[in-house]
Design a protein around this ligand. Sequence first.
Ligand SMILES: NC(=O)c1ccc[n+]([C@@H]2O[C@H](COP(=O)([O-])OP(=O)(O)OC[C@H]3O[C@@H](n4cnc5c(N)ncnc54)[C@H](O)[C@@H]3O)[C@@H](O)[C@H]2O)c1
Length: 294
Amino acid sequence: MVGHLDSKVAVITGAGAGLGQSYAMALAREGASIVVNDIATGQHASFAADETVQLIKDQGGNAVESYADITAIAGGESLLETALDRFGRVDILVNNAGILRDSSLVKMEENQWDAVMQVHLKGLYSATRPIFSWMKESGGGGVIVNCTSTVGLRGNFGQTNYAAAKSGVIGFSSSLALEGKKYGIRVWCLGPAAATSMTAHMPDDYKKVFHIDRVAPALVYMVSNLSGEQTGKTLLAGGGWVGEARFEVHSGYVPNENFDAQDLARAVAEGKVMFPERNPRFVTAYGPVNENRE
Ligand SMILES: NC(=O)c1ccc[n+]([C@@H]2O[C@H](COP(=O)([O-])OP(=O)(O)OC[C@H]3O[C@@H](n4cnc5c(N)ncnc54)[C@H](O)[C@@H]3O)[C@@H](O)[C@H]2O)c1
């Protein structure tokens, strides 16, 4: 059977568990060879990455494990080396590794802030820079997908660190999409919603609807020819719903020479400056904003 990713090589960070494992298996089913990266130990005292590699081999695919910690550039360089040593190239990078260190801001310790920035933002730099550079030099293009979250778009109580990091992922990706354009390197963001260890606190109803395998089809679309030349975009996917998210600027109000705060207040009251309400589709797909969890 012909897959959408036959002869492609994909590197996926944090692929020993959760969504990363689901992505790795889905891309392998489409014919890609996978570098499965994770630092965590798995259920059987081996590395979690080994378990994903075994699952991919069991379904007839190709995969190699990587235990690199992507919070340092050396980890990112080792990811590239593993891909080149084993498969000779890299066509796809999925920056999926993530952690949570939740706390309301007044209780948030410096180490909670730093740990989230290290994995989500420093890890993004460390894993992407070597692979993006290789793609650029190779001249064969590529696709990079960076995992963001609705939390980065609209916030969540107790997650200032995570929200700042996940907004940062979008800014990074918008900039890299511009840098990659003339080399045929496409860059996307993917904001998933799925029942994993990260969302273990969610109610059982959520876990039924947000089944983990309902996100990977969006990833396959993004990294394959199915999405053509699209780049610099963010898709949200999960629970049987997929939609684009973007920062939008209101058409706005052009003040006259009498512009002052009072004048602006009037324009705001007349609906000329701010958006009227949240996009209701966005809210129904992912539930209401959590404003008071402690
Ligand atoms: N589950 C959701 O609903 C949801 C929602 C929005 C965004 N996300 C994002 O999706 C991604 C995957 O989340 P998940 O729910 O599958 O979480 P998960 O905890 O199940 O998996 C994350 C994996 O990343 C690995 N990891 C952490 N630090 C690492 C490092 N330094 N180097 C290599 N690997 C590392 C962990 O060991 C773990 O296996 C994360 O970026 C998360 O922020 C998830």
